[in-house]
Design a protein around this ligand. Structure first.
Ligand code: PLP
Length: 384
């Protein structure tokens, strides 16, 4: 236990305030896509918080480690030799940066200033932020009853101004995966670029036994860029994510030079100063454990999610969509509490859930074990 900070009129008790926070290691956080970091990653992260990827002349070693991380993540998705990537603050920054690059590249190649992008209604709010910031016309395409982008409506929505499509591999609300192969084919037919947001699914989908069915890979020729977070299923501390690009032409479209730094480095991210700790923590993790460790992590979470789905089904819960990855949406039995009431009662007992599209949303991260879920089910039995 740390020593308490002394209080005086001009300060407040930090420890008292932090005691209000929820803690991943208790296994009761079912509302977040972040998780308890791996202990080794946490230690390495803490030791390297001062390294700055935004200043390559001062931190050339960290820059090489970043490149290594990009190679490792890139291999998971068959990133071609021409591929390139950056580590940035997370999924939101990666999606905004990807759309920034697409917009600028198209602007210079096609001499157009009208940019329309199509994305499923299920897309993460960072894509709305990107559209707002970049003055892009974002058209939301309804989803099917499987909670995937509706391909027919997508095709009917393409106009002369459409430049790109966003697909989601692991939606924030239910973890569903858009039909990526079909999105690729539509993009090729209409000369559109494809960005895939795999912020959450990137470290789960490649490890599923039927992963080939989802085509989450740069073998899709229309795919220009992909978002993959490290601080979600990549098990590093907050914050760090990866943006992969098919080739240099995308980052080159958003290149800025920093004239005041030694070596006048080029930057391809929104942030100037960029934490190197994420890259270092992640590289230590995969150097020590390799792909198989990430696979075990992911498959355990998926198995736990399926266990929970089955148990809740046996208790009369409605499961509108069979979980594909480690996110589950449920509706309590009609004769019991409403979704909102159950959600509120669970929070009172420190089990954190969220409500999305009328479902009680449960995210089963590595910090929540099967034993935690058994305790959760006991609580459910007292409430429902
Ligand atoms: C699919 C998806 N994309 C992007 C993000 C944004 O990631 P971050 O919170 O790291 O900015 C999230 C966050 O939940 C997400 O689920």
């Amino acid at each position: 236990m740390n020593q308490r900070l002394t209080s005086n009129k001009n300060s407040y008790d930090v420890e008292l305030l932090l005691a209000k926070d929820h803690i991943y290691s208790q296994g009761k956080i079912l509302s977040s896509m972040n998780t308890e970091a791996d202990p080794l990653a946490l230690q390495v992260f803490q030791q390297n918080v001062q390294r700055n990827l935004g200043d390559p002349a001062l931190f050339p070693g960290t820059v090489l480690i970043e490149r290594d991380c990009i190679n490792f993540v890139g291999k998971l998705f068959s990133l071609p030799e021409s591929g390139i990537g950056v580590i940035l603050s997370g999924g939101s920054e990666a999606n905004i940066t990807a759309l920034w690059a697409i917009r600028n590249k198209i602007k210079s190649e096609r001499k157009t200033t009208n940019f329309q992008i199509l994305a499923p209604e299920s897309v993460h709010v960072s894509v709305d932020k990107a559209a707002d910031l970049l003055n892009i016309d974002l058209v939301k395409i309804p989803v099917t009853d499987k909670y995937q982008i509706n391909l027919k409506i997508l095709q009917d929505s393409i106009t002369d101004n459409t430049v790109a499509v966003v697909g989601v591999a692991g939606t924030t609300s239910l973890g569903t995966i858009d039909p990526l192969k079909e999105l690729n084919d539509i993009c090729l037919t209409h000369n559109l670029l494809l960005h895939i947001d795999a912020a959450f699914g990137g470290f789960v989908i490649p490890f599923l036994t039927d992963s080939d069915n989802y085509s989450l890979s740069f073998t899709l020729p229309a795919l220009s860029s992909m978002t993959v977070d490290l601080h979600k299923m990549g098990r590093i501390p907050i914050n760090g994510g990866v943006l992969l690009w098919r080739d240099r032409s995308y980052p080159d479209a958003i290149k800025f030079v920093l004239p005041y730094l030694a070596g006048k480095p080029e930057q391809y991210t929104m942030s100037g100063t960029r934490s190197g700790a994420a890259a270092i923590a992640f590289s230590v993790l995969w150097n020590k454990y390799g792909y198989s460790w990430f696979k075990e992590n992911a498959l355990q979470c998926v198995e736990n999610t399926k266990f929970l789905a089955q148990e809740l089904k046996e208790r009369g819960f409605f499961i509108p969509i069979k979980p594909v990855i480690n996110i589950l949406g449920v509706i309590p039995p009609a004769s019991s509490l409403t979704t909102e009431e159950l959600h509120a009662s669970l929070w009172e007992k420190n089990w954190t859930t969220s409500i999305v599209n009328g479902f009680l949303r449960l995210v089963i991260m590595p910090s929540t074990t099967k034993n935690h879920l058994k305790s959760f089910l006991k609580v459910i039995d007292t409430l429902v």
